[in-house]
Write a protein that binds this ligand. Sequence first.
Ligand code: ATP
Length: 374
Amino acid sequence: MKQNSPAYDLECLDLAKNFGAVRAVKGVSFNIPSGSFFSILGPSGCGKTTLMRMIAGFEEPSDGDIRIKGKSVLGVPPNRRNVKMVFQHLALFPMMNVYENIAYGLRCAGVSKTHIRRKVHDVLERIALPDVAEREIHQLSGGQKQRIAIARCMVLDPDVLLLDEPLGALDLKLREAMKIELKLLQHQFNTTFIYITHDQSEALVMSDHVAIMNQGLFEQIGTPQELYNRPKTAFVAGFVGDSNRWSGTVKASDGTGGRVETDQGLPMSFSAGAGQTIEEGARVEIFVRPEYIRTVRAAEAGKLAADGDNRMDGVIDSLLFNGANSRLLVRAGSGELVEADVTLTGENDLKSGDEVCLVWSPRQAMCFARQEIA
Ligand code: ATP
């Protein structure tokens, strides 16, 4: 008879962990579909590692349930869960060569020598390092060590692979290359990867879905595009991607849009963030991404801004050069610095000291009821 395999590799239900008075994880629920790349992204101390350690079995939850392939694993020790973990410092055995490192788990499980040989060579092929079996660990590059650490886990056919900031110890250039590499490896193995990080660029580039964690809770789970374009809370809007941010008070609102007076005394039209209803009189935060702000010469503002657009006069303080797509820091009349992206053409480019007008549509001004931001 054909068996239905569970739709989710991992389900967490109201999962919580207290360390005495510290509520490290306050009750999170989520499902991870089979074969996906899922990241947990949040600032230091928000509870990511604690959550990961509960999934791996190193911490017992204070409340809630964890199901792997549909079965609760509460009380099941780490070595009896079909979950493997790659740590930041990789924890490869320096006294063993690559082959022995990868074979170690299979040996402990009593697998025959012939089968081990086949599996080790197969996994080395899959990580595109077929010729390094006899190398010592110190003879590998940083990127190769990462791949061997993953191979050592994947050779055991885990249901879920947990990765605890494994790129944290690498230099910037290698980290960039490894982001792409990790995503390709996850596709290659078609196994669920759960990746924890405080680095949004890692999470956004690699993941099918990302959970944004803050103070022991998930603020939002979504695709990278959803989190970036339709954040549901001020925390998510501020944490994912770059934004200019203003606090203010709502002066007029029809529930989904209206007008705010910022604390600097400037009027600003907005549209409410996803799922938000903004009441008149509410204290709010407004977020505008630098790529949605157009910078036009002060003299041309009248011609180039559409009716209803937000406008702010200022003087260019500096240009953060980054090739054709660079960023301007504009000192607004109210004194604050506003970031705006600009495409440089080489002709008549804007420069420090130029008087400009910043223009953006109310649709690009995401407004949220004020919340504490960690
Ligand atoms: P980082 O990115 O810095 O590693 P994190 O998001 O992984 O942070 P956790 O390590 O899970 O955060 O810690 C969450 C909270 O729980 C923190 O306040 C931390 O001090 C606390 N905590 C973690 N482990 C323990 C423990 N064993 N005993 C007491 N408190 C703990």
